[in-house]
Design a protein around this ligand. Sequence first.
Ligand code: ATP
Ligand code: MG
Length: 391
Amino acid sequence: MKKRLVIVKFHEPALKGKNRPMFIRRLASNLRRSVKGAGVERVWQSHLMICLRLRDDADWDTVRRRIGDCFGVAKYYLAYKVAADLDAVKELLQPELAARQFKDFRITAHRSDKRFPIKSDQINREMGAYVQALTNAPVRLKDPDLEISLDVLHDGILVYFDPIQGYGGMPVDVSGTTMALMSGGIDSPVAAWQLMRRGSRVKFVHFHSHPLVDTSSIEKASELAEILTRYQYESELFLVPFAGVQQRIIVEAPPPYRVVLYRRFMVRIAEALARQQGIPALVTGESLAQVASQTLENIAVVDAAADMPILRPLIGANKNDIVDAARQIGTYPVSIMPDQDCCTLFVPRHPVTKSSPKVVNRLEALLPVDELVQQALDQVETRRFAFSSLR
Ligand code: ATP
Ligand code: MG
């Protein structure tokens, strides 16, 4: 009986040198976690690919979706394994090809086991003639409508067709951990996701003004963290009460400067949390000139409040591309739900667009900065999320 497998391929250029075994091991272990409970019998490394063997009752749509969410996967295929015999391949192809429409095709055979008596060229010719007779479709070597791949292994032949594109990138956890400042908005979840795609595990920090406002932003941040957990299997969200900081700022600072000061405090608190966790960099969803607070001058003033790098993967992105990404990632519907965000509290409609470091320093000299940071840190609540197989 034919067995179903999934063949996962990765981009080779990303895999030079001694990082390669580590990358492949991590990808295999992430794949194992991502398909947990989905009917996968075994996951193993093979030469330049990772294979997953499906149980007969496995649901391909679920497996397909889960592997599609796994970073480091460049492309993947559903493959059938039949006996090491071309007649068995022909028997498989008949119903498979009847179910497909294609203008032209090619056979791409590869003998991983050189003991197989028929050479790749010959396999290509024999199977090409068979498929042509069966379907009337011509062979086209360059850019065919359908590519039929045959891998001859020592214990059978793998047959597979169309590749499914993955996100590529690097498996989560090969590039360290970052701390993302996550509002309930559209941009910051996309920024966090982009870091994950480069192999970073991302922890989240959300600032809220509860009890001055309702808990809607907290619930949104939690839902976003849960959605993003699909891509990294486990997440932590730090919820930081920010009302105390804001109340001090409104006493001392004129309205136009409040947003910039809020941001500087956010960055300081996030940095302290990151240090406690051994995390070396922050991430935000800022994009140049998207809103008044994201001018170069304001970004520079906010940057100066932190000693660690603040990564801004969306700095050059257009809003419509960010929205498209959010839709694809799955965060968009949550991000557009109305909420009571802390940054809308006590701020004017026209905040300063070119904040001056001098003014900022003068205003902050009136504030007990370290004390406010410490107070916020003392009240942090941590929520943990684990990838659930229920989706
Ligand atoms: P987003 O769509 O991510 O909310 P935005 O376009 O609304 O971004 P701003 O409100 O200027 O932009 O926020 C800039 C960045 O500051 C956000 O992308 C996020 O990283 C961080 N940030 C803003 N508000 C919060 C918050 N309440 N908690 C955590 N981070 C925040
Ligand atoms: Mg926002």
